[in-house]
Design a protein around this ligand. Sequence first.
Ligand SMILES: C[S@@+](CC[C@H](N)C(=O)[O-])C[C@H]1O[C@@H](n2cnc3c(N)ncnc32)[C@H](O)[C@@H]1O
Length: 249
Amino acid sequence: MVIPKEIIQNWLMGFGWVARLARRYHSTGLNADQVQAYKVFEDYCRFSPIKGKDILEIGPGQTLEVLEYAMAEGARSCMAVDVAEYISEERARRSGITYRLCDGKALPFESEQFDLIWSHTAFEHLRFPETTVVECCRVLRKGGLLIAKIDLGDHSSYGSGDPSRLFECLKYPRWLWDLMKWNRSSYVNRLRKSEWLQLLQQKGFRIRSCQAWESQEIEALLPRLPYLHAYSRDDAVTSTIAVCAEKLP
Ligand SMILES: C[S@@+](CC[C@H](N)C(=O)[O-])C[C@H]1O[C@@H](n2cnc3c(N)ncnc32)[C@H](O)[C@@H]1O
């Protein structure tokens, strides 16, 4: 990464109109692809039946389809919340899903309003992960589930064709990383697997399951990547997790 260029791009994205313009060209992941969205929906259904449930999705990006499938399969209500407006009012109205924007801190919902919270590759982008986890606990009913797939890679490295860069974000001190990325969609909070699990447990959840995917390339390259030596092997090689956490009574 060319640090001065990253800092300037981040500074420019601090202007609302630049961010809005850039958003038109963003790929947010599923990008409203119905086939991929259905697979994600099926993955969520493995953890809990959805009939009669009140469901919140955090960070849907451009994709309301996952929640539309849930509505079609009998969910009682579906709501989505994002920090950036990727969905038009008209699109949200047509789907029957309540779509809200938030500031990345408080969730704009009543306490104990949901049975399920779903999130697909959004938690790694949370600017205030601790606050969001506390807020998830607040808006879930007791026994409710938070199901989140979290991509732990450095999103800026994707497409580079260089697997050794998968966790390059961990090279930089936090102040510099924030200066390069805070305003950008490629910002990742860099929490590792053990830190996510610890945070959830500290804030009122019990971990029901955590599926983890590891990078074989990073495992092989580990001796040559000194910035990863501060982490346990597990944290140094885990590239994605899918966590199912239950709100404690
Ligand atoms: C990589 S996109 C994933 C979008 C979608 N879930 C998918 O898989 O296609 C991450 C999304 O999380 C949203 N996001 C980031 N921080 C958030 C927060 N604190 N609360 C809600 N959404 C957030 C971003 O605006 C973006 O829409």
